[in-house]
Design a protein around this ligand. Structure first.
Ligand code: G6P
Length: 604
């Protein structure tokens, strides 16, 4: 996803900007650019592809003495990854970089075009710089023009803007996309969309809040809140240690990755939701032509995401869908029909069994699609089409945010298929899109629930086993919950469809058997409840997770009310992730690097 850096100071600005962008490279991008302002003159460089291309383009540019600069790595959302669409975007004497999406850009663009403004790119971002210059004509100061501009933007943004009239200044604003401001003892000011770009350069930072905007010059920083009240500058020290700084105050990468799921899912959704359609810019519209069946294939957590998709694809798009564990698929001499779309799901894009299955499907002449978190990975290069999940780097071996993004993409894809196949009406798709838009807040960690899990985890450190149970999509979620617990606590755990317990597993029921029951209000509540009651009657220890009270439970985790079962799914996912983590912490295990496991398994 996109990255932003900014600099005010006297050091060679080009290198500082490019070094900062390099720290943000892990987020993935397809073009990059920098703009430098010195003695009222702009120098602008942009390049498609990796930073090395930008370095080559700007090779001859050197600056000495004071300057300001802004830089950007772009992950295309509105418009293709071309040089024209790369940031910074320019007006006649201003330049802007932006992360996020300006939702009312078309409206603003129409207004500006009617006033004779010419646009160079297809991006939403370009409206910001032109709107600023439009207001500059009547404003008393450039800052007044900037304030007016920010007040008219709807959507999510982190913005840096520079203008030739004020060549010691960067204007900044943040709403819904991260932006951090930092400074050091050498009187330098930095901006970054993640603190990864600032570590080692600044000793203190301000994590800007939504609504914050302001102006930084070589002598001062002025900050306002969303109500235009001045904000006191409260800097916090920035760690110099890259690893601990990257944990951003969390105990483990896994914990940080659970907590950042809201931001990450906003990235996954970005640019892909319209009012009544889901739009994957990267998919050729002919991909689904002639397709009557979908076969999903994956390993581990990605396999659980694929299982969720079997419910959603058949339910929403009425298309026959099956799922395969890659290590089984490759040797079972499967029958493959040419009207099948073969979809592999992989966080890394390198898992040996999944990669091999993809090769087999290609060889059999099937159309192939990969849902993956790593651009340029082997699977992305091999498949006919790819959708990137945009989870950012996942360091915890136990996958959390990668799973959340996979399920989100699959849910969106089920709607793309539903409209392609004309199964759901436009209003039904619009409703699903409305639900999808709430995901970032649904997965935000509830501090009360986290605290409760921390406390009750002490009762779940022994016993002869755990059963995670659920129905429908809550069955693969139960499998995923059990896998998380196994991976990091080393306790025996199984996921089961709750209706299957009576066919054998219930024989294990006693107080030392822990049942983690997923009881969503909006999907087969009564059926699942009866199954849990059967276990409770046999004295299994029950921990229920539900928005509804359940009097047969020994422990009850009350989730929030949601209007749809898929939203309940996502909140319960977070609860299961935190529960496993808290149990593993109490057992003193290495949460981020559990024994015997690898993040990317490139052997079969
Ligand atoms: C390893 C990881 C799991 C992951 C699985 C599949 O076992 O530890 O977290 O789910 O591989 O990986 P992939 O990169 O293909 O999603």
């Amino acid at each position: 996803m996109c990255g932003i850096v900014g600099y005010i100071g006297t050091k060679p600005v080009k290198q500082i900007l490019i070094d900062g962008l390099r720290e943000l490279e892990y987020r993935g991008y397809d073009s990059a650019g920098i703009a430098v302002l010195q003695n009222h003159q702009f120098s602008l460089f942009k390049a498609v592809g990796k930073l090395i291309n930008l370095e080559e383009k700007s090779q001859k540019f050197e600056s000495t003495g004071f300057s300001v600069g802004i830089g950007h790595t772009r992950w295309a959302t509105h418009g293709k990854p071309t040089e024209l669409n790369a940031h910074p975007h320019i007006g006649s004497a201003s330049s802007v970089v932006h992360n996020g999406i300006i939702e009312n850009y078309q409206e603003l663009k129409n207004m500006l075009t009617s006033k004779g403004v010419q646009f160079l790119s297809q991006t939403d971002t370009e409206v910001i710089v032109h709107l600023f210059e439009y207001h500059l004509k009547t404003a008393n100061t450039p800052f007044e023009a900037f304030t007016k501009t920010v007040g008219e933007l709807d959507g999510a943004y982190a913005v840096l803007l520079i203008n030739a009239q004020v060549d010691d200044t960067i204007f900044f604003a943040k709403h819904g996309s991260p932006m951090i401001l930092g400074r050091n003892h050498e009187n330098e000011t930095f901006f970054g969309s993640s603190d990864a770009a600032l570590i080692g350069k600044c000793h203190e930072v301000i994590y800007l809040e939504d609504g914050h905007y302001g102006v930084a010059t070589k002598d001062s920083i002025t900050l306002y809140d969303g109500q235009n009240n001045p904000v006191n500058l409260q800097f916090t020290p920035l760690s110099e240690n890259k690893l601990s700084a990257q944990k951003e105050g969390f105990r483990f990468f896994m914990e940080k990755e659970i907590y950042e799921q809201g931001t990450v899912l906003a990235d996954t959704l970005m640019g892909r939701l319209r009012d009544e359609t889901v739009y994957f810019e990267e998919l050729d519209p002919t991909l689904f032509d002639g397709i009557n069946e979908i076969k999903l294939c994956a390993c581990g957590t990605s396999y659980h995401a694929a299982m969720v998709a079997t419910y959603l694809f058949e339910r929403h798009a009425r298309i026959r869908t099956s799922v395969e564990i890659a290590s089984e698929f490759r040797y079972r001499e499967p029958l493959l029909a040419p009207d099948t779309l073969f979809v592999v799901i992989s966080q890394s894009g390198e898992t040996a069994d999944t990669l091999e299955s993809l090769k087999m499907a290609k060889k059999a002449g099937l159309k192939t699609l990969v849902i993956c978190n790593v651009d340029n990975s082997s699977m992305v290069r091999l498949a006919d089409a790819s959708i990137l999940t945009r989870a950012g780097i996942e360091k915890g071996v136990a996958s959390t945010k990668a799973f959340a993004t996979q399920v989100t993409v699959l849910w969106m894809l089920s709607l793309t298929l539903a409209s392609e196949r004309k199964i759901l009406q436009a209003n039904e798709i619009a409703h699903q899109i409305k639900l999808l838009r709430t995901l970032p807040s649904v997965v935000a960690v509830d501090n009360g629930i986290h605290e409760q899990l921390r406390r009750l985890s002490k009762r779940y450190l022994h016993g002869h086993g755990f059963f995670f149970i659920g129905r429908d999509v809550f069955f693969p979620l139960a499998l995923e919950g059990a896998l998380k617990l196994k991976e990091i606590s080393y306790l025996h755990a199984e996921g089961y469809p709750s209706g299957e317990m009576k066919h054998g597993p219930i024989a294990l029921a006693d107080p030392e058997l822990f049942t983690i029951a997923l009881l969503p209000q909006h999907k087969l509540y009564d059926k699942t409840k009866s199954n849990v009651e059967e276990l409770s009657a046999r004295d299994s220890t029950i921990c229920s997770i539900s928005p509804l009270d359940f009097d047969k439970a020994d422990d009850h985790i009350r989730t929030h009310y949601h209007e749809d079962y898929m939203l309940e799914f996502f909140e319960m996912m977070v609860v299961l992730q935190l529960l496993s983590m808290e149990i593993a912490v109490r057992l003193g295990n290495d949460v981020d690097m559990p024994r015997n496991l690898a993040k990317s398994v490139t052997v079969e």
